[in-house]
Design a protein around this ligand. Structure first.
Ligand SMILES: [Fe+2]
Length: 297
C-alpha cells in the first residue's frame, strides 16, 4: 500500500468581504456548523471527524487564504518542511504549535505559484458521523494554474501526492484512497477554481442541493457525474462569488489503479458529464471559477 506523507485535505480558509453573510450561507444554507470564533475568524465544521473544514475571515475581497493538509506523523511534518523550503517555497510560519482552536503542530508556506499551504499534525478531531443531506468533510480543492505541469510536479515530487488521472485541462492528484484531493485546472491566472464538500451519498447531494435552491441560489453546473473520479456533482456560487460543490461517491483507488491521460478522457460532442444529462454550465459559474485569487498575491 502506498504511504503518503500528506494523509488528508483538512480545511480551507476563505477571505470574504462580508463575514456575516458568508457565515450565514455556510451554516443555514450549506449545512456546516460554527464550532469556534477566534483571531477574527469563524471556524465551521462538517459532520465528520475534522474539528473544522472551513475558516472564514473578513477581507477586502473574496480570496483563498489557505489550504490545510493533515500530515501522517511529526517526522513527516519535519521532512515536508525541509522539502518545501528546498523547492523554493516561502516560509510564512515556521514549524510550531498552531494558534487555531484545532491546535496541533504546523507550518505554513507559500508555494511558488502563490497559494498558501498549511501542513498540520496532531490536530484536534471530534467524534463525527455521516448525517443525511449535510457535508461530512472536504472532498477536494480545485486550483487554477497558468503552469499546470510545474504545479503538478510540485504536488507529486515535493508533497508526495500521486497523479491519478490527467484530462486535457486538468490534473487529478491523490494523497489517500480518494481518487483526488487536489485538482489542478489549466487557466490564464492562478487562483481558486472551487471547493468541494463530500456528502454522504447521492441522495444527500440531491436533497442538499434542493435546500440551497430553496434559499435562492441557482445550480451553476450539474447534477452530473464527473469522468475522472466518477463522483456526482452539483456546483453553486456562494454569496461572495466562491464556487462550491456538493459531491459524493468519489472513486476509491489503490496502487492498482490505471492512470489515464487526455487521449482516453474524451467525451462525445456537447457532453459535459458521464451520464450525459448535465445542462451546460452557467456563464456566472464559469466566470466565478476564474475570479478568486490567492491572498497576498
Ligand atoms: Fe470539483
Amino acid at each position: 500500500m502506498t504511504v503518503f506523507p500528506v494523509t488528508a485535505l483538512r480545511s480551507v480558509e476563505l477571505g470574504t468581504p462580508d463575514l456575516a453573510s458568508s457565515a450565514d450561507f455556510y451554516t443555514r444554507v450549506w449545512g456546516l456548523q460554527v464550532v469556534a470564533e477566534a483571531g477574527g475568524k469563524v471556524f465551521l465544521a462538517a459532520t465528520g471527524n475534522d474539528f473544522h473544514v472551513l475558516e472564514l475571515k473578513q477581507s477586502h475581497r473574496s480570496e483563498l487564504r489557505k489550504i490545510t493538509f493533515r500530515v501522517g506523523s511529526a517526522e513527516e511534518l519535519a521532512a515536508l518542511f525541509e522539502r518545501t523550503v528546498a523547492s523554493g517555497c516561502t516560509v510564512l510560519r515556521e514549524p510550531g504549535p498552531a494558534d487555531a482552536p484545532s491546535s496541533g503542530e504546523r507550518f505554513v508556506i507559500r508555494e511558488p505559484q502563490g497559494s498558501v499551504l498549511e501542513f498540520v499534525h496532531g490536530d484536534r478531531r471530534k467524534a463525527g458521523s455521516a448525517v443525511a443531506n449535510r457535508p461530512e468533510r472536504l472532498a477536494h480543492v480545485n486550483i487554477n494554474t497558468a503552469d499546470i505541469e510545474s504545479l503538478a510536479a510540485f504536488y507529486r515530487d515535493v508533497l508526495g501526492f500521486q497523479l491519478t488521472d490527467r484530462s486535457k485541462l486538468m490534473a487529478f492528484l491523490r494523497c489517500n484512497d480518494d481518487h483526488h484531493a487536489v485538482v489542478l485546472a489549466e487557466a490564464r491566472a492562478n487562483g481558486l477554481n472551487h471547493v468541494a464538500f463530500l456528502m454522504p451519498d447521492l441522495e444527500s447531494v440531491m436533497r442538499g442541493s434542493g435546500r440551497v435552491v430553496d434559499y435562492g441560489h441557482p445550480i451553476g453546473w450539474g447534477v452530473g457525474r464527473h469522468g475522472p473520479g466518477d463522483n456526482v456533482f452539483v456546483y453553486f456560487i456562494d454569496p461572495q462569488g466562491v464556487v462550491v460543490e456538493y459531491t459524493a461517491e468519489v472513486l476509491q483507488v489503490d496502487e492498482t489503479y490505471r492512470f489515464r491521460g487526455p487521449d482516453e478522457w474524451v467525451w462525445p460532442p456537447g457532453r459535459t458529464d458521464h451520464w450525459g444529462i448535465a445542462p451546460p454550465k452557467s456563464d456566472a459559474c464559469k466566470k466565478a471559477q476564474i475570479s478568486i485569487g490567492f491572498s497576498g498575491v
